[in-house]
Write a protein that binds this ligand. Sequence first.
Ligand code: ATP
Ligand code: MG
Ligand code: FE
Length: 346
Amino acid sequence: MRVLGIETSCDETGVAIYDTSHTGGSGLLADALYSQIAMHAEYGGVVPELASRDHTRKLLPLIEQVLHDAKLTRNDLDGIAYTAGPGLVGALMVGASTAHGMARALDIPVLGVHHMEGHLLAPMLEDDAPDFPFVALLVSGGHTQLVEVQALGHYQLLGESVDDAAGEAFDKAAKMLGLAYPGGPHVAKLAEQGDPKRFRFPRPMTDRPGLDFSFSGLKTHTLTAIRQLEAAGELDTQAKADVARAFEEAVVDTLVIKCRRALDQTGLKRLVVAGGVSANQRLRERLAVETEKRNARSYYPRGRFCTDNGAMIAYVGAQRLAAGERDDNGVMKATPRWPLDTLTPT
Ligand code: ATP
Ligand code: MG
Ligand code: FE
């Protein structure tokens, strides 16, 4: 089954085609991405109305592009999957209405899928994809969650952030340091020049049991540190790098501690890390050491599938459409809030 996947939940328009007659990454026939980052950077964050309009402008040309790249025509498609949530409602509706319009015209099935299930299963597009079951750490701009995954659709939430997401914390710290949006990669780059011994920031919620996270206190701590340096006339490039380093270490250490706990608690030996923050090299280095100690292994999507993309949506949609799932009563779905653990297996 050849499935067109459409991602428009936030600030990237992603389109891909996945073919279920292949396995793993070889089923990915084409994928294309248009990032709106440059447009939103001017405002220091995503402007929802601009995002919707830009998805409208870019989606159809990207669909033409992936069909061309895969040497297919619309008539070769057997189904369409789109991100139905969570995300910005206007942005979601662009993908949902385009998917439904096309599916109606082509008389093929259509299904709205969960954006975080896409992130969670993105490592399935790699050659060394993990087998089930595994623990997943989802770390993105809007989510920080630990999930026990028994099979596709079998998701048990082990813990999550009670306030800011890890990616959001990176973005806010970047803003305080005068770095561009989205801040994660910029903070990470600056942190490379930082002295890890100069500051030590708190590791929130690690001194008590449990798998929940909190990053808003760390944000305040970062702001206070910057203000103090500024007041002392010491906020030079090196000091900013030292703050970035302390901030990154605190976030990474917190994530590592909770992953360790989740592996011990579940007894599982596979850890999947996905979502934008999974691109962070320091996090990957630290988790490599921790998993090795436990005779476990960590799995990641390739770099460009860590952040939003159409490939992960085409993959998840293809699995579910091939199992016979369809949108209820043929009605399009755009659900800004949609808890991952309400999903069901195929
Ligand atoms: P969600 O998936 O929760 O709806 P989102 O789609 O906006 O949120 P993603 O696109 O998966 O999130 O990831 C974007 C986030 O990842 C941003 O917050 C960005 O700062 C962060 N990020 C990207 N690269 C890095 C990195 N190298 N280090 C830390 N954070 C990073
Ligand atoms: Mg994004
Ligand atoms: Fe995302």
